[in-house]
Write a protein that binds this ligand. Structure first.
Ligand code: SF4
Length: 373
């Protein structure tokens, strides 16, 4: 049984709802935020493990909480868990005031993930973001002032009407801030978003995938020139700043998920919590685990997950780890698949690892499917 060394906490509230967002989130006004925190803290108290390596508090937007609510959450986390390595909070640039950064620092948060998306004012408006370009600069300034040692920005590309020049300008501005890490995702039109409705009504053009692919390759080269090396399909870091928490997901390790809509993986069981805040609160108040779905992952599924999650990382899947976890030699278990993919130059099969090639990374989904039987 793998010990749980990581946890994710979900704060499902936002001060403004973005036009492209399909996460489990609710407009914060009139939400029972204090009740939610009470239940979240109760749910955390049921966890067996106290000593964690990584913690990630995301959303929604954790910084949508008031200072008093934020301190209540931070002190409950501190009372319950020892976090030895990486403690990340997601933040929206306009909400990261000096007072909130000071609180985060006081309680040991050592990594911030800022939802920037773009520096272009018109695109920020189109995305329905609550912040403006200047907020990004002051958020990073505040984080530096209070000595947060690792700062990551989320950037989006392939946005409606976004030109290559606009994207390059956003990359240049991000680089000028000398951040330690960048996560970057191409826009996907998800159902049940305002963007999707506009698209259905013919008021928004479909994302341009060819231009998106160009932007992606441009970004990989540009960031590498500034010491932000790609270490996963969508993630880039300076040395020592790769996200240890995200590696837990890609290495298919165990983690707790706390809060409405959070997912976890404990004792070989994947589970997701109830999404609606009120329903979540009702269950926890009754003393019940607020679980919506749970599924025991079979050995075959664990092996498949090991491949398609592990291959997302540039270092790929470790052969020694595969053998240790599953008792199989990867070259024998996936003999045919590895031979076929190697012949197509989609993977490198080294003595220690199996990893995607440059070409394989472009059609990662095709490669991943090969390992799913
Ligand atoms: S801030 Fe994040 S979670 Fe909230 S609506 Fe925007 S994208 Fe979604």
């Amino acid at each position: 049984m793998q010990a749980v060394k990581s946890a994710y906490i979900h704060i499902p509230f936002c001060v403004k709802i973005c036009t492209y967002c399909d996460f489990n989130k609710y407009f914060i006004q009139h939400q029972p935020v204090d009740d939610y925190l009470t239940c979240l803290i109760k749910e955390m108290s049921w966890a067996k493990e106290k000593n964690l390596t990584t913690m990630f508090v995301g959303g929604g937007t954790p910084t949508a909480l008031s200072e008093a609510q934020l301190e209540r959450l931070l002190s409950a986390i501190q009372a319950k868990f020892n976090i030895s390595e990486e403690y990340t909070f997601e933040a929206n640039p306009d909400e990261l005031t000096e007072e909130k950064v000071a609180l985060l620092k006081k309680y040991g948060v050592n990594r911030l993930s800022l939802g920037v998306q773009t520096f272009d004012e018109d695109l920020l408006k189109l995305l329905g973001r609550s912040h403006q370009r200047a907020d990004i600069y002051s958020a990073v300034r505040n984080a530096r002032k209070y000595g947060i040692p690792s700062i990551s920005l989320d950037l989006m590309y392939q946005l409606p009407g976004q030109t290559m020049d606009q994207f390059e300008e956003s990359l240049n501005e991000a680089l000028s801030l000398e951040v330690d890490h960048i996560s970057s995702y191409g826009l996907i039109l998800e159902k049940q978003t305002q963007f999707y409705n506009l698209y259905q009504k013919g008021k928004l053009s479909e994302p341009n995938e060819d231009l998106g692919a160009e932007m992606y390759h441009f970004m990989i080269d540009k960031l590498a020139q500034h010491d932000l090396q790609q270490y996963e399909i969508s993630n880039f870091a300076k040395e020592g700043h790769a996200s240890e928490h995200n590696k837990v997901y890609w290495k298919n390790e165990s983690y707790y998920g706390f809060g409405a809509g959070a997912s976890g993986y404990v004792n070989g069981v994947r589970y997701s919590n109830i999404n609606p805040v009120n329903h979540y609160i009702d269950e926890v108040k009754k003393g019940n685990a607020p679980i919506r779905t749970e599924e025991k992952v079979s050995l075959k599924e664990q092996i498949e997950e090991e491949m398609f999650l592990g291959l997302r990382m540039n270092q790929g899947v470790s052969k020694a780890r595969f053998k240790e976890k599953f008792g199989h030699d990867i070259n024998e278990y996936y003999h045919k698949e590895l031979q076929t993919l190697e012949a197509k130059n989609l993977i490198d099969n080294t003595p220690t690892h199996v990893m995607l090639t440059e070409e394989g990374r472009v059609i990662g989904n095709y490669v991943f499917e090969t390992f799913i039987g």
